[in-house]
Design a protein around this ligand. Structure first.
Ligand code: AMP
Ligand code: ZN
Length: 461
């Protein structure tokens, strides 16, 4: 028996994990809204919960648990998707299909095992309608002007997860005020669709679901009233997860739903969350296209515990790359896969302490024990034979990486000596060559845009 300790955001305690049903460990994670490429921040929950998935699978036979099921949804109904369709003149179906395929491909490149179920919102409309109907019957939701709203005052525990009082939530959240709401905090379960928007027929007319209901309906359909672990980014704790709990607990009439909640902290740029809406993002595809192997991206994420915010830095990418190259050489000499290092297992079983697990891997590598290194790194999804995107032909951006690094460094020095004119000239030169810069407290991250032209990196005559 190996104890798995997990920090539960619901109870604010580190707890020993015991499955509700020892024969079936169940984990659900909120997945992407599919209208654009996944940015680097979006990959953080993917890697964090992939590690947990791997650890659960590893521990299941040791601890006498049965099968492990991991589900992560795809939100393919959303106003951002509708907006993207009307901006581009493309069909919603084309956009969601293409983006879902991109997502699976990009996350696959990071070496995730992948969930057992990837339910899409559009596949669960009947379940959502039934769910909403039952909430109305039980007095937790009401219909108003072709909308259905959840009555937040009918659930006194609302706010317990994020520890906010109703008043604080009203003050803190940008709550949509609408004349048909009884209370400003009430949230939409169903809303009407005009003819140009996707819609399904329902007891409340043609319309579409609000966002929160899909996760409640899907977990109920896949796992029943309660299950073991619910995950997602910390940005989802309020209101999304709070709303999931309210819906599901009011439906079952029991205080059950997810037993353990795990939230990953945010990837930041200049101290702010990386987000599409803030336009401070770059995508996983950008990094892969720069020739950075998916395994290196994974390694960078594992260097910070999931409960801490992190920045993306070029230095970390370089360090990860050189470590993995070294480790791969050590493994090349290994006979066959050995035993997983108990220190690595202990680190992961201690609230998924991935930085400690990497430190333990460094020790194994120091002893040049290739077979133990390969087996142990495998538990973290590293050094796999299928992650060999190391030998791809070098993309243009990579060939010029050290030249770009040099210019970025020169610009930094110019700024430090307060020669802002020189610093601006260097920035303009990089921009003219199609290199985009993002500054943060920990340094500058760069990426080559689609118009990258290395000729223009050279000093103007
Ligand atoms: P979205 O497609 O925006 O709904 O996000 C998909 C997942 O990515 C959710 O679990 C979010 O919490 C997570 N996420 C979004 N931005 C970040 C970020 N900057 N850092 C870490 N996780 C994020
Ligand atoms: Zn969700």
């Amino acid at each position: 028996m190996i104890e798995l300790k997990l920090y539960n955001s619901r109870t604010r305690n580190r707890e020993i994990f015991t499955p509700i049903d020892p024969d079936h460990v169940r984990m659900y994670v909120c997945g992407p809204t599919v209208y654009d490429r996944a940015h680097v921040g979006n990959a953080r929950p993917v890697i964090v919960f992939d590690i947990l998935h791997r650890v659960l699978r590893f521990l299941a036979p040791v601890n006498g648990w049965g099968k492990v099921t991991y589900a992560r949804n795809i939100t393919d109904i959303d106003d951002k998707i509708n907006a993207r369709a009307s901006e581009t003149g493309r069909s919603i179906h084309d956009i969601t299909e293409e983006t879902t395929a991109w997502y699976l491909e990009d996350m696959g490149a990071l070496g995730e095992l992948g969930p057992d179920f990837t339910p899409r919102a559009t596949e669960f409309i009947p379940e959502m309608i039934l769910f909403i109907n039952e909430l109305i019957e039980r007095g937790h939701a009401y219909e108003a002007e072709r909308h259905v709203l959840f009555d937040v005052t009918s659930y006194p525990q609302y706010g317990l997860l994020s520890r906010r009082s109703l008043d604080a939530m009203i003050a803190g959240a940008r709550v949509e005020v609408a004349p048909y709401k009884r209370d400003p905090m009430d949230f939409v379960l169903w809303k009407p669709s005009t003819d140009d928007l996707p819609g399904w027929s329902s007891p409340w007319g043609r319309g579409r679901p609000g966002w929160h209901i899909e996760c409640s309906a899907m977990t109920r359909a896949l796992f029943g009233e309660s299950f073991d672990i619910h995950g997602g980014g910390a940005d989802l704790m309020f209101p999304h997860h709070e709303n999931e709990i309210a819906q599901s607990c009011c439906l079952s009439g029991r205080n059950s739903f997810a037993r353990i909640w795990i939230h990953n902290e945010m990837l930041r740029v200049e101290g702010q969350k990386m987000a599409k809406s803030l336009r401070n993002f770059f995508t996983i595809r950008d990094l892969l296209d720069r020739g950075i192997p998916g395994e290196v991206i994974r390694f960078v994420f594992l260097g910070t515990h999931h409960s801490k915010p992190m920045d993306w830095t070029e230095t970390r990418v370089r360090e990860a790359e050189s470590t993995l190259k070294k480790w791969r050489t050590i493994c090349d000499d290994a006979e066959d896969a050995g035993e997983v290092s108990p220190t690595v297992v202990q680190a992961l079983a201690n609230d998924l302490n991935t930085p400690a697990a990497l430190a333990a891997l460094h020790d194994v590598a120091g002893r040049r024990n290739g077979s133990e290194l390969k087996a142990s790194a495998g538990l973290l999804g590293l050094l796999g034979d299928d992650m060999g995107d190391w030998n791809r032909p070098e993309p243009l951006a990579r060939q010029y990486a050290s030249m770009i690094d040099g210019l970025v460094q020169e610009r930094k020095s110019a700024r430090l000596r307060k020669d802002f004119a020189a610093a601006d000239r260097l920035r303009d030169r990089l921009h003219a060559a199609g290199v985009e810069l993002m500054d943060s407290a920990e340094g500058t991250v760069w990426q080559c845009g689609p118009n990258f032209d290395p000729e223009r990196l050279r000093s103007p005559k």
